[in-house]
Design a protein around this ligand. Structure first.
Ligand SMILES: Cc1cn([C@H]2C[C@H](O)[C@@H](COP(=O)(O)OP(=O)(O)O[C@H]3O[C@H](C)C(=O)[C@H](O)[C@H]3O)O2)c(=O)[nH]c1=O
Length: 182
C-alpha cells in the first residue's frame, strides 16, 4: 500500500497492494491499522455507494457544514471518474484551490478528502460505481454545495457534464456559499 501527498495539503492518493493471479485479483481495500500508519486515522462511520449510468454525470461540489463536516475516502469499483476537491477553509493558504485526480476500477486508486473540502466528480465511463467511506453521518440540514463551474475556482473538467441533478445545477458561487470551516 502506497499513500502519496498531493499539491493540496491533507489530500492523499492511496494505492492499495493488489494480488493478481490466474483467477483475477485480491486486495485489502481498507485496513484501519495500515491506513492509520499511512496518515489516515479517521474513524469512518458510513459507507456510501453511487451508480452513475451515463458518462459525463457530474455530482458535486458537495460538503456538510460543521459540526457534521465529513472526511471521505473515495474509490471506484466500476468505470472511471475525474474526482475533484476544492479547499473551502477560509483560513487556509490554499483557500479556493482545486485539484483533480482520475480514479478508476482499473487503477484502484483511492482519494482521501479531509473535512473542509468540497468534493465532486464527473464520470468518464458508463455505469460508473463509486464507493466512499465518511467519518460523519449524513445530515441533510447541513448538506451544502458550491457551483461546479465557479469561475473564481476555475475547475478544468475533462468533458462537459451531460447529467446534473437539479440541486447541483443551482449551488451558489464559493464567494456566496455558507461555510463554517476555519
Ligand atoms: C449523500 C447522501 C445522500 N442521501 C440521500 C439523499 C438523496 O435522497 C439521495 C441522493 O443524494 P444526493 O443527490 O446528495 O447524492 P449525490 O449527488 O451522489 O451526493 C454525493 O455526491 C458527492 C460526490 C459527495 O461527495 C457527497 O458525499 C454526496 O453529496 O440520497 C443519503 O441518504 N445519505 C447520504 O449520505
Amino acid at each position: 500500500m502506497i499513500a502519496r501527498d498531493t499539491g493540496l495539503p491533507g489530500i492523499k492518493v492511496i494505492e492499495p497492494s493488489c494480488y493478481e493471479d490466474e483467477r483475477g485479483f485480491f486486495m485489502e481495500s481498507y485496513n484501519r491499522e495500515r491506513w492509520l500508519r499511512n496518515g489516515i486515522p479517521h474513524l469512518f462511520v458510513q459507507d456510501n455507494h453511487s451508480l452513475s449510468v451515463m458518462p459525463g454525470t457530474l455530482r458535486g461540489m458537495h460538503y456538510q457544514l460543521e459540526p457534521h463536516a465529513q472526511a471521505k475516502l473515495v474509490r471506484v469499483v466500476a468505470g472511471s471518474i475525474f474526482d475533484v476537491v476544492v479547499d473551502i477553509r477560509r483560513g487556509s493558504p490554499t483557500f479556493g484551490r482545486w485539484e483533480g485526480f482520475e480514479l478508476s476500477a482499473g487503477n484502484k486508486k483511492q482519494l482521501l478528502v479531509p473535512q473542509g473540502f468540497a468534493h465532486g466528480f464527473i464520470t468518464l465511463a458508463a455505469n460508473t460505481e463509486v464507493l466512499y467511506k465518511v467519518d460523519a453521518y449524513y445530515s441533510q440540514p447541513h448538506d451544502r454545495g458550491i457551483a461546479w463551474n465557479d469561475p473564481d475556482i476555475g475547475i478544468v473538467w475533462p468533458l462537459a457534464p451531460s447529467v446534473l441533478s437539479a440541486k447541483d445545477a443551482k449551488h451558489p458561487l464559493l464567494r456566496n456559499a455558507e461555510m463554517n470551516f476555519t
